[in-house]
Structure formats: structure tokens, C-alpha cells
Design a protein around this ligand. Structure first.
Ligand code: PMP
Length: 399
């Protein structure tokens, strides 16, 4: 018997494929600016000191019992404070339904499934471009997708007019997926004024904003500042959802720790929504993993460790911001006639360089530089040691 005769190999993931090609290249000069994980200035993965210390503290006390279906209560509580504010009335009033999720991806997926179950005829509006997995997530949850304007290729900035038009033209009560900060892949975020306007327009239309916040603290170095967009929406009285992740800002990529929250009208509604989120999780993975959640709750529950984390997350953000400046300066020094201002205007892990797929192919084939063909450079892969080489290669293929 062969049940799987008709199964064709799945297409390769464009991002993971880049890393495979990088690993297979024997050149000593090779650079991987495809990967979306932080690296230090030597190009090495980083485990934060606050995480090491939390692990030391946990080691003696850890048992391997199941967490509740909704995950670690302490972790979720601390996580909500980061997004909604330390002294949020909404938290005090118990208006937020929140569960631990399998990192940011799992939080988005759980929300998409929830959306499908309770608003079966709804659609999701997704920015162009977006993190490619957003499309997969809502597709597999069987939620039809629409897009809205976001990036403006000519200015390499925000297409604010297009975005506002699309908000206005969407049917009332639509779901909008927004990146809370450090938009992936473009690094283009609305300004505070623009967020205020977006919030107002979304409110006028009665849309539901869902924030994917995969990079809180990673954009500016300050988690409070990076939550600004969400806080503006909260002030305007929206009901909203948030996917949070500790992959980047605590470097807990493989631990899969995150949170999905849905702000409800009152406590009663929040209890109902939470119970339904748990009901969705139960047949999928029953309950979330314990170790990463304990690391997070240990760090955020201890003022000294939290302070250390804030320092370390700022250190990561500052290194990336520094590399943006260095890359731009190097290109300008080489006499590139093109404008590279967008490298320093954009924020977060990625720089949407504006290079064409053909130019990216040349970078890879002639210079052993690996990245996705959309021209996205992961600034985390740029170091003081390779920024000169990278700038020179970019200059060569763009002149
Ligand atoms: N959303 C966005 C926009 C992302 O860039 C990422 C990470 N690449 C995620 C969500 C999810 O990451 P994780 O599941 O590792 O938290």
C-alpha cells in the first residue's frame, strides 16, 4: 500500500532556503544577512545574561509538570504589562483574555483560528508586503485575505495615503493586521502622528485591529516606546488583539514563548473568550511548554533581572542601529550616487534595501552574500568586521 504516492515535495521556505545555501558555501568571506535572528558583532548567536541567570535560579526548582491550558499565569500577567502598560486599568478590570502561545507565530495562528470560529464570514486585511508567514497562517485557518497598501517603493517609506484609503474602503468591521513596531520586512513604521490618524480612521470604520508585536524593545531599544502604537489605539478605546513574542527581545527563539491577548468589553466577555482560546489550544497541543515561560516570568518578576534585560535589549537594538549608520556611511564613502537614507530611516532588524532580485543574485553569486531575493537585509548579520565588504558589494551591484 502507498498512501502518499500523490504527495509532491513542498516548495522550499524562501527564508530557510537562504540559510541552507549559506551553510553549503565554503567561501571564508560569506555573509548571511538572510536570517532573522540576532547575532553579536562577531556574528555569533547570543544568550542574554538575564536568561542565563534566570536559568540558574530555575534549575533547582523546576519540575516537569504540565502548565495549565492557558499557560503560565505569571508569565502572561507580566507580558500583558509590557503591551498594555504597567498600570493599565484594562488589566485591573480583567478585560483582557490572554493565553500563553507558541511564540508569535502560535499567537497569530491561535487568533486566526479564533477569528474563523467566531466570525466565520470575516476576512483579514494584510499589509503589502508583510512577513510571508502571515499569509500561510491565515490561509491555513481558512480566513480569506485582502491586502492594504503599506510600503511605497519610490520613497522606500510608508504609503500613508494608500493605507488610509484602504482603511476607508474596507467594509465596516473588517480585521486589520498591523505590525506594532519594526515592520518586517520593510523596517518602515508609521510616525506617532500617523499612528494617531490610522487609529482614528480604523475606529471610524469599526474595524478590529490585530497587532503582531514580534519586536517589542528591538526597534528603539525601549519596550515602552515600541508599544506606542498600541497605547495610542488603547487611548482611542479600541477593542483589539495582540500577538507577543519573546523570540527576539529575549533571544528565546527556540523556546517558543509568547502570548495572545484579546481586549474585551468586560470581564465576563474576557472569561468567555479565554475559555474559547483554550478550547482551540486543547486539541492542537493541549498546553504550552514550561521552560521558556519560566525564564520570562523569572526575569520580569524580579526588578534586578528586569533591569538587566532592559539594558541587554537596548544593547542589541543599539548595535543594529549602529550598523545601519555604518552601512550607509560606507556606501556614501564609496561614492554611490544613490540615496541610502532609508537604511537609517528604517527601524528594527531589517533593512528593505530596494535592491532587485537580479542584484541580490549577483551579491550571492559574485560576493557570497546570502539574503532573500526581495532585497531584505537582516541588519543582525552585519558586523564591524563585514560592513565594509557588504557595502562594497552592494555598491558594485547597484552602480
Ligand atoms: N511576526 C513577525 C512580523 C515576525 O517577523 C516574526 C519572526 N520572524 C514572528 C511574527 C514570529 O516569530 P516567533 O514565532 O519566532 O515568535
Amino acid at each position: 500500500m502507498s498512501w502518499w504516492r500523490s504527495v509532491e515535495p513542498a516548495p522550499k521556505d524562501p527564508i530557510l532556503g537562504v540559510t541552507e545555501a549559506f551553510l553549503a558555501d565554503p567561501s571564508p568571506e560569506k555573509i548571511n544577512v538572510g536570517v532573522g535572528a540576532y547575532r553579536d558583532d562577531k556574528g555569533k548567536p547570543v544568550v542574554l545574561e538575564c536568561v542565563r541567570e534566570a536559568e540558574r535560579r530555575i534549575a533547582g526548582n523546576l519540575n516537569m509538570e504540565y502548565l495549565p491550558m492557558g499557560g503560565s499565569v505569571n508569565m502572561v500577567e507580566e507580558t500583558l504589562k509590557l503591551a498594555y502598560g504597567e498600570n493599565s486599568e484594562l488589566i485591573k478590570d480583567k478585560r483582557i483574555a490572554a493565553v500563553q502561545a507558541l511564540s508569535g507565530t502560535g499567537a497569530c495562528r491561535l487568533f486566526a483560528d479564533f477569528q474563523k470560529r467566531f466570525c466565520p464570514d470575516s476576512q483579514i486585511y494584510i499589509p503589502v508586503p508583510t512577513w510571508a508567514n502571515h499569509h500561510n497562517i491565515w490561509r491555513d485557518a481558512h480566513v480569506p485575505q485582502k491586502t492594504f497598501h503599506y510600503y511605497h517603493p519610490q520613497s522606500k517609506g510608508l504609503d500613508f495615503a494608500g493605507l488610509v484609503d484602504d482603511i476607508k474602503n474596507a467594509p465596516n468591521g473588517s480585521f486589520f493586521l498591523l505590525h506594532a513596531c519594526a515592520h518586517n520586512p520593510t523596517g518602515v513604521d508609521p510616525s506617532e502622528e500617523q499612528w494617531k490618524e490610522i487609529s482614528k480612521k480604523i475606529k471610524e470604520k469599526g474595524h478590529f485591529p490585530f497587532f503582531d508585536m514580534a519586536y517589542q524593545g528591538f526597534a528603539s531599544g525601549d519596550p515602552e516606546r515600541d508599544a506606542k502604537a498600541i497605547r495610542i489605539f488603547l487611548e482611542d478605546g479600541h477593542l483589539l488583539g495582540i500577538a507577543q513574542s519573546y523570540a527576539k527581545n529575549m533571544g528565546l527563539y527556540g523556546q517558543r514563548v509568547g502570548c495572545l491577548s484579546v481586549l474585551c468589553e468586560d470581564e465576563k466577555q474576557a472569561v468567555a473568550v479565554k475559555s474559547q482560546l483554550q478550547m482551540l489550544a486543547r486539541p492542537m497541543y493541549s498546553n504550552p511548554p514550561v521552560h521558556g515561560a519560566l525564564i520570562v516570568s523569572t526575569i520580569l518578576g524580579d526588578p534586578d533581572l528586569k533591569k538587566l534585560w532592559l539594558k541587554e535589549v537596548k544593547g542589541m537594538a543599539d548595535r543594529i542601529i549602529g550598523m545601519r549608520t555604518a552601512l550607509r556611511e560606507n556606501l556614501e564613502k564609496l561614492g554611490s550616487p544613490l540615496s541610502w537614507e532609508h537604511i537609517t530611516n528604517q527601524i528594527g532588524m531589517f533593512c528593505y534595501s530596494g535592491m532587485t532580485p537580479e542584484q541580490v543574485d549577483r551579491l550571492t553569486n559574485e560576493f557570497h552574500i546570502y539574503m532573500t531575493r526581495n532585497g531584505r537585509i537582516s541588519m543582525a548579520g552585519v558586523t564591524t568586521g563585514n560592513v565594509g565588504y557588504l557595502a562594497n558589494a552592494i555598491h558594485e551591484v547597484t552602480k
